[in-house]
Design a protein around this ligand. Structure first.
Ligand code: NIG
Ligand code: FE
Length: 428
């Protein structure tokens, strides 16, 4: 891919600007996509220069020199922000897959030595370059479906050396990718087998060695903890979050995925995001709504694990909590790189309106990474992250399932069509 000259995308049936409001969006703000009919966007030097109707944008001084791409019969939107993924693994978990089909639960599989622990050997044995290759493939698959910003965690090595190697692999993959990658240390994914008899010693290893090593030189922006029965207690999580803050790293937490937990001790760290939150208590909603913390829902997990219950999106949104959507791309509970699939699951199973789902997957995802000033909407000065879908109504982004309608993406202004299905003739 080579740097794009000025590019003018014109005549989109709908351009979803998501412009004009503060972020993250809450309640009814999530319904306003800032739709522009016959929309256009002008990109130059990696940023958005102008957005508006085709007539308006075509008058811009830079428009005359731009390469024009006719987007009739298409919807243009900000590239998706996938704010929660685990791409540093080497193999699918096919034995677990079959066990679950035969009736075992996620927790039972993990307790029997499957789950996260069964991905450790592959990552520990792999070289940095091999891991980076796996990550690169995932990033490209994400981009093919409209994703331009990805948060990516370590967490399948669980030794000092292999967690740092995972972060190095993310760095290497990010350097070769045109999109934006935000890196997270998830040494606290589960307690590895070597520390089963002394989990607190593993917590000390995370706090005293992993976090300092990830903070300087800066290999991660965030520290994440899987705060859950069978993983890390609230007390242990607090120790880890405190060490993260002391070393200048930001925080995000896997919380309330399988069992309820009290939020107050975690909220004191002002995490940018709390993720999963299937079992969030009603009593915690007012505090969450007042906080800057985004709640990132991951309905592809519930779909893939065959669960009847999905995260309570309606209750959260209607209480004023800022909600984002992400894939949770990982080998155990969500092997999908597809944000459009996540939109479908969010609308079908969590009763989010299509407009709410799009807001959650763009500007609110950006807020969950503290990138709302650069990502998540199409406004002058923001990064040139754009997705073009061959649909004529924004609701189709969440409507079609199992088919990829994404035809083109711009990642920080770099164009990518590789691997995309060739477009059908324009409908108009
Ligand atoms: O977000 N919950 C913890 N971590 C992942 C699953 C990881 C795995 O099974 O590999 C999640 O669902
Ligand atoms: Fe996760």
């Amino acid at each position: 891919m080579k740097p794009s000259p000025p590019v003018l995308l014109t005549h989109a049936t709908q351009l979803l600007s998501l412009r004009g409001q503060t972020a993250p969006r809450r309640r009814d703000q999530m319904l306003d996509l800032g739709i522009i009919s016959d929309g256009a966007v002008l990109l130059h030097s990696g940023v958005v220069v102008a957005v508006g109707s085709t007539d308006e944008v075509a008058r811009h001084t830079l428009a005359g020199n731009a390469e024009e791409i006719d987007c009739r019969g298409k919807v243009i939107l900000p590239g998706f922000v996938d704010s929660h993924t685990h791409p540093v693994f080497t193999a699918p978990r096919l034995v677990d897959f079959e066990k679950r089909i035969a009736g075992a639960s996620y927790e039972e599989i993990a307790a029997a030595g499957g789950g996260i622990r069964s991905s450790l050997a592959g990552v520990r044995e792999a070289t940095t370059a091999q891991l980076a290759q796996h990550v690169t493939r995932a990033l490209n698959e994400m981009a093919q479906q409209g994703t331009t910003t990805v948060e990516a965690k370590s967490g399948y090595g669980l030794t000092l050396e292999s967690e740092l190697k995972s972060l190095q692999a993310l760095k290497l993959a990010a350097e070769g990718w045109d999109g934006t990658l935000v890196s997270t240390l998830l040494g606290a994914h589960v307690v590895p087998p070597e520390y089963r008899s002394d989990p607190d010693a593993y917590v000390s290893l995370i706090c005293e060695q992993m976090i300092p090593a990830a903070a300087s030189p800066k290999l991660a922006e965030y520290v994440d903890v899987f705060c859950e029965k069978g993983a890390f207690t609230v007390e242990q999580s607090i120790k880890i979050l405190r060490a993260a803050v002391e070393h200048g790293l930001k925080t995000r937490v896997h919380l309330c995925q399988l069992t309820p937990a009290e939020l107050a001790p975690i909220l004191q760290f002002n995490p940018d995001s709390l993720d999963h939150m299937d079992y969030v208590a009603d009593g915690d909603l007012p505090a969450l709504a007042k906080s800057h913390t985004v709640v990132t829902l991951l309905p592809a997990v519930n779909y893939y694990l065959g669960l009847d219950q999905f995260p309570p999106a309606r209750k959260l949104i209607d209480s004023g909590v800022a909600v984002a959507l992400a894939t949770d791309y990982n080998p155990g509970s969500s092997p999908t790189p597809s944000m459009p699939f996540v939109l479908s699951a969010a609308c079908t199973h969590m009763k989010m309106a299509p407009a709410e789902a799009i807001t959650a997957a763009t500007i609110n995802g950006a807020s969950a990474l503290n990138l709302q000033h650069r990502k998540g909407s199409l406004e002058p000065g923001k990064d040139a992250d754009v997705a073009v879908f061959e649909v004529t109504d924004y609701r189709e982004l969440a409507y079609w399932v199992g088919v990829n309608r994404c035809r083109q993406v711009f990642l920080n202004g770099y164009r990518s069509e590789s691997g995309l299905t060739p477009g059908l003739p324009n409908r108009l």
